[in-house]
Design a protein around this ligand. Structure first.
Ligand code: F6R
Length: 645
């Protein structure tokens, strides 16, 4: 989705703005632009296409301004074009704005402004914002008693004395303009009236301010600024800030000034770089032993109760609830499907998993006896945040699982726990998924301990096999080592990818928890290789989809639960009989089979096996995409952080 960068300091702003935009490229975009101010004149360089194109635009090299704003656009209203690229200006060229989000009532506002003499030059929703600011500024300035003493209208006076007075007025105009906006926004405003200053505002779209002595930065996400600073202010909804090189002042909608706490973000700048890997996705796949280890952290020790000191959920509360919802989108939702299995098995509480965009509009049955868990790597997914607000309005308690400290979802939720996967840059989520699943496993054990099941025999599969929490803890602690073992030799997956990359369709099958991994493998493949694929519960195949199985089609089956192995093998035979080429990802010793490929992964408890079985599927999608010569990290049409619904 769109990205925002801003800089106020003493260095040449254009370089910093471009570097910031390059760091945001992973979010997905189709146009880019920057604006700086020098000699009381705003200079805008923008066009459709890649950020680097800006470097070749006339006048770029001459830019000398020491502050400015920048944007990558992911088209929503109006096709990718120079006119629709940000920054946008008002008709008098006084206010320059970049905007993330969607203004839902822009048609109404456009008509209102058109009736008041404004003209529009783009098809965007954003262009109403600078013009609305202008509309209100003019009113405010006219009401000022000073106004009558001035000889020219404000448009003709740039950098005229009393800058603080102008700052107050521009801020007031920004607040008034945002009061009229329906929808979501993170905006930056610059104007010759307030040199060396950026005004920012946010509602339902992320915005952070990175701070250093004598220079300040703005961005739509933290990794974009990690090379400059680790100290951040995280703007909340309906907050405004006036930023100069050496000051940041925060205001609410009533224009009351207040202070905010700085958050120190521990992420390492190098974690947002490729470090010798061809692509971020490959790097992130290989980081999984560590990201899983970090997420386990000090929460889980073999002979101790799990440590969730940061989570104030009590055993009384857990005993009082009768249902858990897990709500998320995409890969995070797939992690939630594993979370459901874990929570139901270990805690015996019914769990429903819902797609956030459906949950928010389907009037789900929720009350104060429901716990709603929201999973979001970015913590900024618009549908997930809206679904969380809905549950809160119905008196349910909400728990966020996120990878980004201080992200919007964590500020809305009653409780938050973090995965510690480090920044995930590739659009296709990999290490966030395995971290989410391992955190669900530890959370389920913790809840189970709170409910008093510490020493109970837990039946985990249909053959009646029982385990104790201790057994599962042991298996979790061994996961990082087992992931490393899988990553040591990827040759078989490469071989299968070399054969499969010309396919038009593929199938992923599994039973039980393996079916949830099939869904994730299929999503990965679609996202980055553009090959159509379907994921099915193996037993469901003959109820329809088997009609699609024909000679030569590639079918990947996941088989990690010994109690379901025989059934799954029969289902694989059904597709082989119809001409399918098969790869089976398994931790079982499958002898005398007619499968084309068997990819062996280390054995573990079936409840947490997705953390291992998903890795070959991530690699498969990656190698197929590479074979097709595609941009693995920035697949077409996709954005990393989906901040619009
Ligand atoms: C898939 C992928 C998406 C995200 C989804 C939710 O690889 O990355 O499906 O999982 O957009 O994003 P978050 O977790 O940031 O809420």
């Amino acid at each position: 989705m769109c990205g925002i960068i801003g800089y106020v300091g003493n260095k040449k702003a254009s370089n910093i703005l471009i570097n910031g935009l390059l760091a945001l490229e992973y979010r997905g975009y189709d146009s880019a632009g920057i604006a700086t101010l020098e000699n009381n004149e705003i200079k805008i360089m923008k066009d459709k296409g890649r950020v680097r194109n800006i470097l070749d635009l006339d006048g770029y090299k001459e830019l000398q301004g020491t502050y400015g704003i920048a944007h990558t656009r992911w088209a929503t209203h109006g096709k990718p074009s120079k006119e629709n690229s940000h920054p946008h200006m008002d008709n008098s060229n006084t206010f320059t704005v970049v905007h993330n989000g969607i203004i839902e009532n822009y048609n109404e506002l456009r008509s209102f402004l058109t009736d008041n003499g404004y003209t529009f030059y783009s098809q965007t929703d954003t262009e109403v914002i600078p013009n609305l600011i202008h509309y209100y500024f003019k009113k405010i300035d006219q009401e000022d008693t000073d106004y009558n003493n001035k000889t020219n209208s404000f448009e003709n006076k740039t950098n005229v004395g009393n800058e603080n007075n102008y700052k107050d007025k521009v801020l007031e105009a920004v607040v008034k303009a945002t009061n009229d906006l329906k929808g979501s926004y993170a905006i930056e405003v610059i104007s010759p009236l307030i040199p060396d200053t950026i005004i920012v505002a946010r509602k339902d779209s992320p915005l952070v301010i990175g701070t250093k002595s004598d220079e300040n930065y703005v961005a739509s996400d933290i990794p974009a600024l990690l090379t400059y600073t680790k100290d951040f202010y995280l703007l909340d909804d309906n907050e405004f800030a006036i930023i100069t090189n050496d000051s940041i002042s925060f205001y609410n909608k009533d224009l009351e000034k207040y202070t905010k706490e700085i958050k120190n973000i521990e992420w390492d700048a190098s974690s947002a770089e490729k470090n010798g890997y061809d692509d971020f996705m490959l790097k992130e796949i290989f980081e999984q032993p560590n990201s899983v280890r970090e997420t386990i952290g000090s929460r889980l020790k073999l002979n101790e109760a799990c440590n969730f000191d940061d989570l104030e959920i009590t055993s009384e509360y857990l005993k009082s609830i009768n249902k858990i919802f897990i709500v998320a989108c995409g890969t995070a939702m797939h992690a939630g499907l594993v979370g459901k299995v874990l929570l139901e098995k270990l805690c015996k509480i019914p769990v429903e998993v819902d797609i956030a965009s459906e949950f928010r509009y389907r009037d789900p049955i929720i009350d104060d006896k429901t716990l709603c868990i929201y999973v979001s790597q970015s913590g900024e997914t618009a549908d997930t945040i809206a679904a969380l607000k809905l549950a809160k309005s119905k008196c349910a308690k909400t728990l966020a699982i996120s990878n980004v400290i201080g992200s919007s979802i964590t500020r809305e939720a009653d409780y938050t726990i973090y995965t510690h996967a480090g920044p995930e840059i590739a659009v296709a989520s990999t290490k966030a998924y395995t971290s989410q699943v391992v955190l669900f496993a530890i959370l389920a054990i913790h809840f189970s301990e709170l409910l008093g099941y510490d020493n109970t025999d837990i039946t985990i599969n249909p053959d009646g096999k029982t385990i104790k929490l201790y057994d599962i803890k042991k298996d979790i602690l061994e996961l990082p080592k087992k992931i490393s073992m899988i990553l040591e030799d990827t040759s078989l997956i490469k071989k299968f990818a070399d054969e499969a990359y010309t396919q038009k369709d593929m199938f992923f099958l599994g039973r039980g928890v393996d079916q949830t991994v099939a869904l994730e493998g299929s999503l990965k493949l679609k996202e980055i290789s553009y090959i159509h694929s379907e994921a099915y519960a193996s037993g469901e195949l003959k109820h329809g989809p088997i009609a699609l199985i024909e000679n030569g089609i590639h079918v990947i089956s996941i088989l990690t639960d010994p109690s379901l192995a025989k059934k799954s093998i029969s289902n694989i035979q059904e597709v082989i009989t119809r001409g399918a080429k098969t790869m089976v990802i398994t931790n079982q010793d499958l002898e005398n089979t007619n499968f084309d490929y068997i990819y062996k992964i280390p054995e573990t408890n079936p409840l947490i096996s997705p953390i291992l079985s998903v890795i070959p599927l991530q690699l498969l999608a990656y190698y197929i995409s590479k074979n097709k010569g595609l941009d693995v990290d920035k697949p077409r049409n996709l954005a990393k952080s989906v901040t619009v619904e």
